[in-house]
Design a protein around this ligand. Structure first.
Ligand SMILES: Cc1cc2nc3c(=O)[nH]c(=O)nc-3n(C[C@H](O)[C@H](O)[C@H](O)COP(=O)(O)OP(=O)(O)OC[C@H]3O[C@@H](n4cnc5c(N)ncnc54)[C@H](O)[C@@H]3O)c2cc1C
Length: 410
């Protein structure tokens, strides 16, 4: 529980002198990895934090659950990763052809189930002092108007009409973000991911243990994956939004080709991913956005958990400063500091990811050949997944890699 527990409901009850007591320092909207990290960071700094989530937890989220090095490194201290498998081999194929498996002596990345992983993150935020309310959908935020008692306060309006007050708000409400719309997030790339959770017999599960499959798909920028998790395979595909029928067909063909069509999925679902435009805002007034809500995602692989954890942590830390700001100028300065921290880190990684995506869209066979036939490319892939380097660092420290990218981008 939080150190203070503001009676934060207005509308009917008197605000008067008790106004400050009724205002949370930070309200976080959405309890995915971004929101849980933001709530953790603000709570650990000793602030009164309220985390609002529309679902009941644990909740399902369409996601491969791939945890690469940067995700592992961004978890709260003492977090015990609930791995369902540890991966040290990758089978690559080019739309089902030219199949080749690459192996590594050490673990490349791990796989988790999102309901369990996300719930554990929320527990850490709660242990740090954040208060959680589930089953509440945020309709909108207001920074002016009758529900906002003063210029230092944001009103968070819930679907049932209740209003919660905060000194700062973090929008971490995912890829259909209402808070992102309030901030005016602009997008460069929107993709649709489709997934099936397929329970399989032990013999099939054994065949996949420790190994994932990545298939470069038939539509530009598309790819498919098989991620094994004990007795269930997470099989998915992702492609540009607007090609829904072709993406669905790709998933069906992919599943059939793998000989998995005879097994009934326990869950079939879809979800959008989105990447921000370079000039997209990351805040408005006292409201910051992070994770999918801000369009923070690696554009090529659509890896988003590490982006959510890292941006969530920063948003929580800077929301504390915004909450402390006594005027609009100072709040704006702190929000700009948040934007600067994001752009200097995740922004650089996204820019290189965008370039990789351009090459991949144009020349998937080239990328496939490099990863399966050119050891330095495989080693780079392995080092990135382990977290010993990043795409951005690679291009910075190997000018040759940058030149190769530029050549194939054209
Ligand atoms: C098919 C697919 C596979 C993927 N695989 C991977 C992978 O293997 N590895 C990886 O790193 N990334 C992967 N990603 C990306 C990753 O899932 C996301 O980037 C990540 O979930 C973003 O976290 P988040 O906290 O920003 O948003 P979310 O995890 O979407 O959390 C947002 C939360 O906000 C809540 N919410 C939404 N609206 C409201 C509201 N109005 N009021 C209150 N609560 C609200 C939601 O219920 C949800 O709990 C994948 C994405 C897709 C679509």
């Amino acid at each position: 529980m939080s150190s203070g527990n503001p009676e934060s409901t207005v509308g009917g009850n008197e605000m008067g002198d008790e106004q400050d007591v009724n205002v949370w320092d930070v309200v976080v909207v959405g309890a995915g990895p971004a929101g849980a990290s933001a709530a953790y960071a603000a709570a650990v700094a000793g602030r009164r934090v309220l985390l609002l989530e529309k679902a009941e937890l644990p909740r399902y989220k369409t996601c491969g659950g791939g945890i690469i090095g940067p995700s592992r490194d961004s978890l709260p201290p003492g977090f015990d990763l609930p791995f369902k498998d540890r991966i040290n081999a990758v089978t690559f194929s080019l739309n089902g052809k030219y199949v080749r498996t690459r192996r590594s002596r050490t673990m490349l990345f791990g796989l988790i189930n999102r309901p369990e992983f996300d719930a554990q993150l929320v527990e850490h935020a709660q242990k740090a002092g954040a208060e959680l309310r589930t089953g509440v959908t945020v309709s909108r935020v207001e920074q002016h108007g009758p529900d906002v008692p003063d210029r230092r306060t944001v009103a968070v309006v819930l679907q049932d009409g209740e209003t919660v007050l905060a000194r700062a708000v973090v929008g971490a409400d995912g890829s259909a973000s209402r808070i992102g719309a309030h901030v005016g997030v602009k997008l460069d790339q929107v993709d649709l991911g489709l997934e099936a959770e397929i329970p399989v017999p032990e013999t099939v599960a054994d065949d996949w243990r420790g190994r994932v499959l990545i298939d470069w798909g038939p539509m530009p920028g598309s790819y498919g994956w098989v991620f094994p998790k004990d007795d269930t395979l997470t099989v998915g595909v992702i492609s540009a939004r607007g090609e829904g029928a072709a993406t669905k067909r790709y998933l069906e063909d992919f599943i059939a080709r793998l000989g998995l069509a005879g097994f009934e999925p326990s869950i079939s679902s879809g979800h959008l991913t989105r990447c921000r435009a370079d000039d997209s805002p990351l805040s408005r007034g006292r409201v910051l956005v992070c994770g999918d809500a801000a369009g923070l995602l690696e554009p090529w692989t659509r890896e988003g958990i590490s982006f959510a954890l890292r941006s969530g942590r920063l948003a929580g830390e800077w929301a504390v400063r915004v909450a402390e700001s006594h005027d609009a100028v100072d709040a704006r300065r702190q929000a700009l500091n948040y934007a600067f921290a994001i752009k200097a880190g995740l922004g650089v990684e996204m820019a290189v990811g965008k370039r990789m995506m351009t090459v991949f869209e144009r020349k998937p066979a080239l990328l496939h050949t490099a990863l399966t036939g050119f050891r330095p490319a495989w080693n780079a892939f392995a080092r990135i997944t382990r977290g010993s380097t990043t795409l951005g660092e690679l291009v910075r420290s190997h000018p040759m890699a940058g030149r190769v990218l530029s050549r194939f981008e054209r």
